[in-house]
Design a protein around this ligand. Structure first.
Ligand SMILES: Nc1ncnc2c1ncn2[C@@H]1O[C@H](COP(=O)(O)OP(=O)(O)OP(=O)(O)O)[C@@H](O)[C@H]1O
Ligand code: SF4
Ligand SMILES: [Mg+2]
Length: 322
């Protein structure tokens, strides 16, 4: 088993709002290990982006972390001084966002920004310029020299996402977090970015964390998967186990809804009936109870246990034993 680079323990985060606080993360625990691609998957609103931002030490201003720890190589990022956190972000942990425009300043060229992103490296500008150009080449930008002189809006969505991935990799991070890196792209561009991330993985010995609501992206890219529902981790397993022997009814339902797992004769795309609970008022028992085909009376009253099914396979469910 590889060493954990990042450990999240019982992370609990509320967003302050005009009304009752939104309990966006409710006791999340996970590890990201060197050399692996970890997927975080779940429906919209389950807390994936909140988790990703918190791992970067970038929870929003109305976020309040009420419990838990996020440790990078044993140091708790949440209690570290702002200066230490800034260093971690600049050097050890980098993030690629869903909308690649957010990675760039619209009024500066891609080249100027890629050179500037490396200002902490201590290398001369000329060297930073060639490192930027080489990285654009590595992420598959066809004419890196021309791209260096372009403004962000002059690139297509897919090229902008490649440039954003190049920007993150220039930091030589030990952890690369990508939040929905393909969601804004069309199918062809999405396939290209998945191909790029898969290639990167082979010569990268840090951890890559991919956040997505698409199981197809998980299947193509990840070694291990964390399934989130209503601010909690409900199942965690290696990718083969998750797809072939899922134990949590939510994971089973997600897989049943995935178009890739449907027979071509199937006309109608099934969806999981119902909606996730309001996180300002999560239910006392299992948050999935209202939508679960296996629900039992106990599910309504008692929080489900975290069941260890096998090495590296856990499910949070009263019925996970069966
Ligand atoms: N700044 C905020 N203030 C208040 N509530 C927020 C804030 N950001 C997110 N939320 C709420 O927290 C919950 C988790 O949101 P989050 O964006 O983390 O989910 P997500 O899984 O990334 O969803 P998506 O797939 O749509 O990106 C949701 O209920 C959301 O409405
Ligand atoms: S705890 Fe109960 S309601 Fe929740 S997923 Fe398991 S069986 Fe379904
Ligand atoms: Mg999100």
């Amino acid at each position: 088993m590889t060493t954990p680079l990042l450990t999240v323990e019982n992370l609990t985060l509320n967003y302050r709002t005009g009304g009752d606080p939104v309990q966006a993360l409710r006791g999340v625990s996970l590890t990201a290990r060197a050399g692996e691609v970890l997927g975080i998957v779940g429906e919209s609103g389950c807390g994936k982006s909140t988790l990703a931002a918190t791992l970067m030490g970038l929870a929003g201003t109305n976020a309040e972390i009420t419990d838990g720890a996020v440790s990078f190589r044993g140091e708790n990022i949440l209690t570290a001084r702002e200066e230490t956190r800034r260093k971690l972000r600049g050097k050890h942990i980098a993030m690629v966002f869903q909308d690649p425009m957010t990675a760039f300043n619209p009024v500066l060229t891609i080249g100027a920004q890629l050179v500037d992103f490396q200002h902490n490296s201590g290398t001369p500008k000329r060297q930073r310029h060639s490192a930027a150009r080489d990285m654009l080449d590595r992420v598959g930008i066809p004419d890196p020299d021309i791209c260096m002189g372009r403004f962000p809006h002059e690139l297509s969505g897919g090229m902008r996402q490649r440039a954003a991935i190049a920007a993150a990799l220039l930091m030589q991070p030990e952890i690369l977090i990508a939040d929905e890196p393909t969601t804004a792209l069309d199918v062809t561009m999405e396939a290209q970015i998945i191909h790029l991330l898969r290639n990167l993985q082979s010569d990268y010995d840090g951890a890559i964390i991919i956040v997505t609501h698409q199981l197809g992206v998980i299947a193509q890219l990840c070694d291990r998967v964390v399934v989130m529902y209503a601010g909690q981790v409900v199942e965690e397993a290696d990718v083969d186990t998750l797809f072939h022997a899922p134990r949590h009814p939510y994971t089973k339902a997600l897989i049943a809804c995935d178009p890739a797992s449907l027979s071509i004769k199937e006309k109608r795309l099934p969806t999981i009936g119902g909606r996730p609970p309001d996180l300002a008022h999560p239910p006392a028992g299992c948050a999935f109870a209202d939508r679960c085909a296996q629900v039992e009376p106990i599910c309504r009253t008692a929080a489900p246990p975290r069941v260890e099914i096998g090495p590296d396979h856990i499910a949070k469910c009263h019925e996970a034993w069966s």
